[in-house]
Design a protein around this ligand. Sequence first.
Ligand code: NAD
Length: 175
Amino acid sequence: MRALTIGRYQPFHKGHLNVIEKISKKADEVIICVGSAQVSHEIENPFTAGERIAMIRRSLSQNNLDEIFYIIPLEDIKRNSIWVSHLESMTPPFDVVYSNNPLVVRLCREEGHEVRHSPLFKRNKYSGTEIRKRMMEEDEWKNLVPKGTLEVIDEVDGVKRLNEISKNEISQTQS
Ligand code: NAD
């Protein structure tokens, strides 16, 4: 059985890792789609698709997750009605989709895919929005992400990038 899950992973955190661990126990192979692959260097989307792939790859191997994983970047498209075809064109065939995103669930079900909800793991704490906010406020965030993510963020000086982008975006909205 091959399962697919998709996220923006901005950044890849311990909630995401927990879900992927659970999916990998039920599936023979797992496709992890890195969504909104075209965006980076924004407050909501600070990291590139390549950086997010590196966070995931390292976090999986450091947690001894050695099952077959395909990590595939997927750009957004402007037409939701054909998004599932777009997704299918970029991935190996899959039997089930795991997601809690209402739009992903709806679009995949409309195209006849089986969709299962992935269990949420301490959502108020393990959330990309919360982690980015803490990074900008210099609050504690490092314990919310796996070591692999931490290493990649350090390597690309990600906190500095996010802080510089946020200053830029705020000054643009004020001018
Ligand atoms: P996300 O990173 O917010 O979440 C990914 C998955 O992880 C979700 O299913 C979420 O429920 C789960 N998750 C998050 N925190 C968790 C926690 N603490 N415990 C357990 N699970 C947790 O990403 P997302 O917004 O769901 O990603 C969907 C992607 O699909 C986006 O990139 C979006 O742009 C893309 N998309 C694009 C189109 C289009 O291009 N037209 C249409 C639909 C979706």
